[in-house]
Design a protein around this ligand. Sequence first.
Ligand code: HEC
Length: 217
Amino acid sequence: MKTVLKLLGLLAVIVLAALLFIFSGCFDVAASKPDAGLIAWVLRTTQARSVHRAAASLEGKVQVPKLDDPALVRTGFAHYHEMCVTCHAGPGVEVSEIGMGLNPFPPELAKRRGDEPVEDFWIVKNGIKMTGMPSFGATHTDDEVWAIVAFLKRLPKLSPEEYQAMVKQAGLGAPGVEGEEHEHGGQHQAEPGEEHHEEAGAKPPHAHPPGTPPHKD
Ligand code: HEC
């Protein structure tokens, strides 16, 4: 009985200390500073084990499509260029200011060696808590997520020139927001019969809302 009381007392002290720590505001949540050694280890290990376990439970339950299918890779590329390159950069494309400020820093996926398609599928669909890696499952179908995974497999083999050729072929602009196709060669020359929508100098800062494909005339 005495031991039980002692243990309960100890538990109460631990809970109280934890509450004191939480309410004191001592824990520094600044993203500008890297996590201290032990916390970094706890977070990294928890994340790696969790992703590994979740992906393992998917094995056999999900049908992996043919990831080298060129049409699938092209679809995945368009999503990557719109949604991922801001944080994860690409061949010849630097990480954006948003990505630069993240802690942990988003890895350059073009420089990864080896790939785990099912793990990638799980990560892109579900995201990773406390990192800034969003979940795309609510806004994208499994087929679209697989297309992204197919592109991730191709990504490390692409040169900057090949990446730019894919941007051009897909009719996309600079990553994320600015519709670059409006800026090529400075002043946009109106084709005969084409309406001129924008007055020179009065161009809106973003040709289309962030994250949406450029509006095609
Ligand atoms: C807002 C920034 C941001 C965006 C946008 C983003 N990610 Fe991430 N991503 C991260 C961060 C941060 C991590 C975690 C890094 C870590 O744990 O060290 C991450 C992790 C990952 C990982 C795991 C990498 C590894 O080797 O452990 C994959 C795969 C990934 N992201 C793919 C994508 C894809 C594909 C997209 C687009 C559909 C995307 N991400 C969009 C920030 C982002």
